[in-house]
Structures are given as structure tokens and as C-alpha cells.
Design a protein around this ligand. Structure first.
Ligand code: UD1
Ligand code: CA
Length: 462
């Protein structure tokens, strides 16, 4: 963390008209995190959270809720009259604190703290009132163009909408990342006028204003333009998401995770994965998921907000949500774990088995075509093919308990509330409505009758 007195302001009040969305732009997600969270995370590597101020406006409540745990401060911009107006709204709060002010836009999530530190270093090294990050783009459309003098000093920034044909040909663009000397910023910011076709207060006008008042504005040109990509449309959103996920995959692979066909795999930023785990093509690991070592996550499987122990095999096309799976277990293919299951070590969950709010003990097996909801299944229980727990009577949900080592025959129907004791047996095809004591056999089906030579008699009209 810098020892400088540094305030960071993140502008995040705009709707983002070009997104064509009801959702405020900074709440859209890339790499599994909102745009706002990405930018705040980078800023938090430079300064203390209480020195980060986020300007909110559109869906302010939602944006604040999204950032609630980060410890940042918020300033409301009731009407979105432009980036200059948004920063001006922070003056009363921040001017008394002096020091330096870094401004970031909430729609540039690829920024790294490393680049922001370079900006700090460049600013410290010079005598400028402001230092801004710029880069050269093959296609600068939409960005503000940076006009330099022959010594490389910034004269002004011209917005796309206000630029002349000659200025539009300039490919040096404004990234929207600035570091200001606080005193000179707060003195001059009120000189910004909305005298442009859009009637907006452009923060970018501050460059020309400082320059006209005899202060220097420096440009720090960086080569990797990809970091500066701002999100204005859904096309940008997809592009930035691709870059962020590429970064995450690279980090995982360098830490010992095998990723087959990485371009097809989706791993959210917060996910942690142990070494020697293999992700097959098309796997999706989302939210706060943690995967142990030496696991295999099958093709097309989706695991969200779940914790998976070491050496677990998740076969293809399996869905796991908000659940914990113990080490050495096998799940899938085609299993579905709805929220809140705890699966013990060495358990097996096979194809077309659905679990909800269920504990499956260590070494328990439900290998084929079963539904277990609101259930507590002991260790080493065998749940036969086609077993269904009837946990819902149309009004309420009821629990089912199956003791350790019990054996539930295939195609059993277990009507909850129900307790099956330890080591008990349920005959195949039973409908069980009453508790089964430990060690006993329960049969709940019609006795079979056989009519010998029945077919022959029917043919003879008997
Ligand atoms: C801005 C810059 C442009 C630069 C580009 C880089 C201005 C005038 N232009 O253009 O020079 O090349 O970013 O990506 O600054 N916001 C508010 N309140 C407002 C308006 C905007 O908080 O009243 C926030 C938005 O939520 C957004 C950020 O400021 O996070 C940038 O606004 P946006 O409209 O995307 O600016 P650009 O047109 O991309
Ligand atoms: Ca933008």
C-alpha cells in the first residue's frame, strides 16, 4: 500500500445507454464479478478502502449493496450530467483531505494495480498537476483524443462528439485514468462548462483548463492497450470477459491445474483450484467455488458456490449448486445437486440422481435415477435405482432419515416424514409410509400372483 495521501475516486453513476439495458452498466459482470467490483479491487491495492470513493447514481442502492463489504465511501450524483460533474460532487468530501486524487472509471475492469502504480511513479517523478494514462489504438472510435504539443505535454482532450475531422484521425486516446494534485484539481474543477453538443460536464476539459492556467498535464503512454478497454456495449462486455477469463486460466495453469481447451472453460475470478486437478472442455466453475487437488471436473459440468474435496471425480454434464462434496467421491454423469447438500467422503452419486438439502454419509451410494430431498442419509447406505423420497405433500416439506448401512431396494417410494433405522432393508418396489426399525426388513408391495398356463387358456377361449 502506498504511503502517499492518496484518494481514489471511481465514477460509477452512469446508466450506460449504449448497453441497452435496464441494469446500470457497472452492475454488469465479467469474470463473475461486477464491473464496479473489479475496479474497486484494483484501487484497494493502492490505498485504504476508506480512501476509495465511489460515485453512484443509477441504481445507487444496488451498486452500494454490491460494494457493501469492501469498506469504500459513496457519493451520490443525483443527475448524471457528465464525468466532470460526477467528480465535482466529491469536492466537499475530499478537498479537505488534500494529497493526490486518482480518478478511475467504473467501466474499465481490466486495469491492473501494477499499471496504476506506474501512474503514481510517473506522477511523483514529474512536476505535473495531473498525469493521465494514454495509449494508441488502431481504432480510437468513441474515445477522447489526446492532443499533445511538440514536447509531449498534454494540451487538451477532445471528446469524439466534439472533435474535428483532423482530431478524429488522432489515435492517441484518453483511458479515463488520471492522477491529480488535489489542490489544483479542486481549485479548477468548477471551471468545467457544459458547452458542448451533449451539454455534459466533461472531466476531460480539465486538461485544457489546467494547461491554460499554467499547470502541466503529463501523459503516461502504455503499450498494452487491452488493459484500458472501456465497456460501452455488450460487444465490449464479451471481449473484456474473454480477456479476464484468459488471465484467470493462465494463472491456474501456471499453478498446476490442467485445463483442456481453455477457451471453452469458464472459471470465475474467486474460484480456487488445487494442483493436478483437470478441467475438461466446457466445464463452468462459478462464484465462490473451491476445488481440491487431483480432481477431475467433467466436460460440460457446472459447479457453483460449492466446495469439492481432493480426488473427487465429477463426470460430464453434472450440476452442483451450493453444496459440499467430500474427498474421493464420485458424482455424475448427469447428476444434479440443488442447493445445500453435504456429501461425505467416498460417496457415489450417479446418473439422473437429484439431491436437495440432503446429507449423504461417507461411502453412501445413490447410483441411478433417484430423488433425495430434505434427507439425512447415513454412512454406507445403498440407495437403489429409482428411489424417490416424497418430501412434499403439496403444503409442507418433511424430512427422511436413513440410518447407517441401510439398504433401500430399487424403485422404493419413501413417504416423509420417515425414519429408516440402521442396517434396515427396504424391499424393491415398496411404498414405505411408516418408520422402519433398525435391522428389520420392510416390504410395502402387493404379493405377486402367478397364473400358470394362462396364455394358452386365453387362446383356447377358456
Ligand atoms: C470517457 C471519457 C473519454 C475516454 C473514455 C475512456 C469523458 C467525458 N470522456 O468517455 O475521454 O476516452 O471514457 O473509457 O470523461 N459517469 C458518472 N456520471 C456521469 C457520467 C458518467 O459517474 O454523469 C461514469 C460512468 O458510470 C462510467 C464513467 O463515468 O463508469 C465513464 O462514462 P462514459 O459515459 O462511459 O464515458 P465515455 O463516453 O466512455
Ligand atoms: Ca466508457
Amino acid at each position: 500500500m502506498s504511503t502517499n495521501n492518496l484518494n481514489v475516486v471511481v465514477l460509477a453513476a452512469g446508466l450506460g445507454t449504449r448497453m441497452k439495458s435496464k441494469l446500470a452498466k457497472v452492475l454488469h459482470r465479467v469474470g463473475g464479478l461486477s464491473l464496479a467490483e473489479h475496479v474497486v479491487n484494483s484501487a484497494a491495492q493502492l490505498t485504504a478502502p476508506e480512501k476509495i470513493t465511489v460515485v453512484v447514481g443509477h441504481q445507487a442502492g444496488e451498486v452500494q449493496a454490491e460494494l457493501q463489504n469492501t469498506g469504500v465511501r459513496f457519493v451520490r450524483q443525483a443527475e448524471q450530467k457528465g464525468t466532470g460533474h460526477a467528480l465535482l460532487g466529491c469536492r466537499d468530501l475530499l478537498a479537505p483531505e488534500g494529497g493526490r486524487v486518482m480518478v478511475l472509471y467504473g467501466d474499465t475492469p481490466l486495469l491492473t494495480a501494477e499499471t496504476l502504480r506506474k501512474l503514481e511513479a510517473a506522477h511523483e517523478a514529474g512536476d505535473a498537476a495531473a498525469t493521465m494514462i494514454t495509449t494508441t489504438l488502431a481504432d480510437p472510435t468513441g474515445y477522447g483524443r489526446v492532443i499533445l504539443d511538440s514536447h509531449g505535454k498534454v494540451l487538451e482532450i477532445v471528446e469524439q462528439k466534439a472533435a474535428s475531422a483532423a482530431q478524429l484521425a488522432i489515435r492517441l486516446i484518453n483511458s479515463g485514468i488520471y492522477l491529480f494534485d488535489a489542490e489544483r484539481l479542486w481549485t479548477h474543477i468548477s471551471e468545467i462548462r457544459a458547452d458542448n453538443p451533449a451539454h455534459e460536464y466533461y472531466l476531460t476539459d480539465i486538461a485544457g483548463i489546467l494547461n491554460d492556467s499554467g499547470h502541466r498535464v503529463r501523459a503516461l503512454q502504455i503499450d498494452d492497450a487491452s488493459e484500458l478497454l472501456g465497456i460501452n456495449t455488450r460487444l465490449d462486455l464479451a471481449e473484456v470477459d474473454r480477456v479476464i477469463r484468459g488471465r484467470k486460466n493462465r494463472e491456474l495453469m501456471l499453478a498446476g491445474v490442467t485445463i483442456e481447451r481453455p477457451e471453452t472453460v469458464t472459471v470465475d475470478m474467486k474460484v480456487r483450484i488445487g494442483a493436478d486437478t483437470v478441467l475438461e472442455a466446457g466445464a463452468r466453475l462459478l462464484g465462490n467455488t473451491v476445488i481440491g487437488e487431483e480432481c477431475r471436473i467433467g466436460a460440460g459440468s457446472i459447479i457453483e458456490n460449492s466446495t469439492i474435496g481432493d480426488r473427487v471425480r465429477v463426470a460430464p454434464l453434472t450440476i452442483v449448486e451450493s453444496s459440499t462434496i467430500g474427498e474421493d467421491s464420485r458424482v455424475g454423469p448427469y447428476s444434479r445437486l440443488r442447493p445445500n447438500n453435504t456429501v461425505g467422503a467416498g460417496a457415489h452419486i450417479g446418473n439422473f440422481v437429484e439431491l436437495k438439502k440432503t446429507r449423504l454419509g461417507a461411502g453412501a451410494k445413490a447410483n441411478h435415477l433417484a430423488y433425495l430431498g430434505d434427507s439425512d442419509v447415513g454412512a454406507k447406505v445403498n440407495v437403489g435405482a429409482g428411489t424417490i423420497v416424497c418430501n412434499y405433500d403439496g403444503v409442507s416439506k418433511y424430512p427422511t432419515r436413513i440410518g447407517d448401512g441401510a439398504f433401500v431396494g430399487s424403485n422404493s417410494t419413501l413417504v416423509a416424514p420417515l425414519a429408516i433405522g440402521e442396517g434396515a432393508y427396504v424391499g424393491a418396489g415398496s411404498v414405505i409410509t411408516e418408520d422402519v426399525p433398525a435391522g428389520s426388513l420392510a416390504l410395502g408391495r402387493a404379493r405377486q400372483t402367478v397364473k400358470e398356463r394362462w396364455a394358452e387358456k386365453k387362446k383356447n377361449g377358456a
